[in-house]
Design a protein around this ligand. Structure first.
Ligand code: GTP
Length: 597
């Protein structure tokens, strides 16, 4: 019964205990038998559990008998916590009527608490503040409840004090969900309107979209249409989520959260945010604001062993089946041979993809430094998008280079404001505004995306002793004084090492880069000069000194097994080495620019 459905999400800053609380709610509603109960139930990918972060939104349906004696169906939609996946958070929130806003009682409000709060507010949701981790000795629940009131305007007396660890306060949370969050609306007889808020890929069923039904009813046999692609399918099965499995049901009606199997083969035909409707009786308008996932960070991925090129292509194709945001296209590098230029939602996404390729597909890869996408206007008026720094045309041909900007929001205790502002300025940021909220300060800056890509978050954490937090969103392109720096190893330019930098910083980065390269490139039989150049002009230089002795020399005539071991070890090390001309270059070198920036 629609009246007895409650759809909710949990939103929180990273590590404030969202997954732990979700587990506890599952346990308390006995959705999961104790023996089935694994920690972090909703984080289903192996990698997610290991990294302790939530990558894909998941959903589960619970039954809860409230104090009023009625049994309610609670649909919990989990949301990812990292800014790379913000769009998925927003779509997951579109599927619910209310949220639990979880704030760590020892930490207080953080940047993503605020960012997520505003996302929930945009959807007009009921927001239930939960002050979590009250079992910790350093918890200051009353203070944090007041901070939530001051910063977000949610009355302190509405806050529920809880602990996902001990289970304290969880009953109160469940009651609040039933009493404060309204039941979903929608007419079961209206034309179908279902929002895709997530999907999974199954090798038998293909892509299985997870949907929230707003209007109408969907059942097996129905012809359905995906709004943005216009593709038509016949529904095979529909159903709901049970912990650990999908359960088939006769139909899905308004307010319900469930899945649809319809033999969809390509993830691009069922992207998060898109709408499913009936083919014969379509809805008038889709759920608004659909944006196809768009990669913003690009890097080259090359097999260490060139024989693995085909396996790498197959692996990327497989991953793409359940990751609509992953983009790739073949690329050839003079230095690295045949590989792929890959596009990601952010650095974390890039790391996850690379790790999955290596782990699940047993590939050894060389990754080039991630780069943002530059736009170039040539003198003849042609416009280009540059996904790879080595593709930047000669300076003489360029009228203008534009780079992507982000609006960064940093949330920091007052005493670190000076240091944070200095860091943002160093990153070429311009202040948009500054806000005092109690003893905290919100700083909003517009910063080139490339500047915050690599080490910004780490540096922010270190200068504020871990107290500051941040969030960012893309705000479009602006012109910049940008130049390409070429790196020459042993006199040869190495395309995979070229990078684009702001003119004023190019010298500094080039200096750090050649020093780093000289450190990580193993000594060879001869001295290897490393140079950085803009156009024809060398701006920095370092040398890898020649080896004095042959590694094997002292083994000749000696113990055979020792020599073998040495050779073995050398082979191990070689796995990640690429020969560039006569020089062997390790993986580390290709990422040297990250630590030089
Ligand atoms: P993401 O999935 O990365 O967004 O993190 P999260 O918000 O889901 O946090 P998670 O539940 O993984 O908890 C983060 C850390 O806090 C873990 O080490 C938990 O064991 C710990 N933790 C979570 N809830 C509590 C709690 O109520 N009390 C205490 N003492 N520790 C908790």
């Amino acid at each position: 019964m629609q009246e007895r459905i409650r759809n909710f999400s949990i939103i929180a800053h990273v590590d404030h205990g969202k997954s732990t609380l979700a587990d506890r709610i599952l346990q308390q509603t006995r959705a999961v038998q104790a023996r089935e109960m694994r920690e972090q139930f909703l984080d289903s990918l192996e990698l997610e559990r290991e990294r302790g972060i939530t990558i894909k939104a998941a959903a589960v349906r619970l039954a809860y008998t409230a104090r009023d004696g009625h049994t309610y169906t609670l649909n919990l939609i989990d949301t990812p916590g990292h800014v790379d996946f913000n769009y998925e958070v927003s779509r997951a929130l579109a599927a619910v009527e209310g949220v639990l806003l979880v704030v760590d009682a020892t930490q207080g409000v953080e940047a993503q608490t605020i960012a997520n709060f505003f996302l929930a507010l945009e959807h007009d949701h009921v927001i239930i503040p939960v002050v979590n981790k009250i079992d910790l000795p350093s918890a200051r629940p009353e203070e944090v409840a007041l901070e939530i009131e001051e910063t977000l305007g949610l009355p302190a007396e509405e806050a529920i004090f809880a602990s996902g660890k001990t289970g304290e306060g969880v009953d109160e949370i469940l009651e609040a969900i039933v009493q404060r969050i309204p039941p979903p609306k929608g007419d079961p007889e209206a034309p179908l309107k279902a929002l895709i808020f997530d999907s999974i890929y199954d090798s038998y069923q293909g892509v299985v979209p997870y949907v929230r039904i707003y209007e109408g009813t969907v059942k097996p046999g129905d012809p359905i249409r995906i709004w943005s692609t216009g593709k038509v399918y016949t529904v095979d099965k529909v159903g709901v989520f049970r912990p650990g499995h999908l359960e088939a049901t006769p139909a899905l009606t308004p307010g319900e959260v469930g899945w649809v199997m319809a033999g969809i083969r390509e993830i691009h035909d069922a992207q998060v945010g898109d709408t499913i409707t009936h083919h014969t009786r379509p809805t008038e308008a889709p759920y608004p604001g659909f944006k196809p996932a768009k990669p913003v960070v690009f890097a080259g991925l090359y097999p260490v062993d060139s024989q693995d090129y085909g396996r790498l292509r197959d692996a990327l194709e497989k991953l793409k089946l359940n990751d609509a945001a992953l983009w790739f296209e073949p690329e050839t590098s003079e230095a690295l041979g045949f590989g792929f230029r890959c596009g990601f939602l952010g650095l974390l996404h890039a790391e996850i993809v690379q790790e999955r390729l290596e782990r699940e597909f047993d590939l050894d890869l060389i990754a080039t430094a991630p780069s943002v996408v530059y736009r170039v206007v040539l003198h003849d008026g042609t416009e280009l998008e540059v996904h790879n720094p080595s593709d930047l045309p000669d300076a003489g041909k360029i009228r203008e280079v534009l780079e992507p900007y982000v609006r960064v929001t940093v949330y920091t205790p007052e005493e670190y404001v000076g240091a944070v502002m200095q860091l943002l300025q160093e990153k070429r940021g311009r202040m948009a505004h500054m806000n005092y909220i109690g003893k905290r300060v919100e700083l909003v800056y517009e910063v080139p995306f490339a500047e915050i890509l690599y080490d910004f978050h780490d540096r922010l954490k270190s200068i504020t002793r871990g107290y500051a937090s941040m969030d960012y969103e893309q705000i479009g392109y602006r012109p910049g004084e940008l130049v390409k720096v070429n790196i020459l190893v042993n006199g040869e330019p190495v395309d995979a090492l070229a990078f684009i930098a702001h003119r004023e910083k190019a010298y500094f980065i080039a200096r750090a880069m050649v020093d780093k390269l000289a450190e990580v490139i193993p000594r060879q039989q001869f001295a290897v000069p490393i140079q950085a150049a803009i156009g024809g002009k060398v701006i920095a230089r370092a040398t890898v000194k020649a080896l004095r002795k042959d590694v094997l020399a002292k083994c000749y005539g000696g113990d055979v097994s020792r020599k073998k071991k040495l050779l073995e070890r050398q082979k191990e090390g070689k796995k990640r080495l690429k020969a560039i001309g006569k020089v062997e270059v390790p993986q580390e070198a290709f990422l040297a620019v990250l630590s030089a920036g």
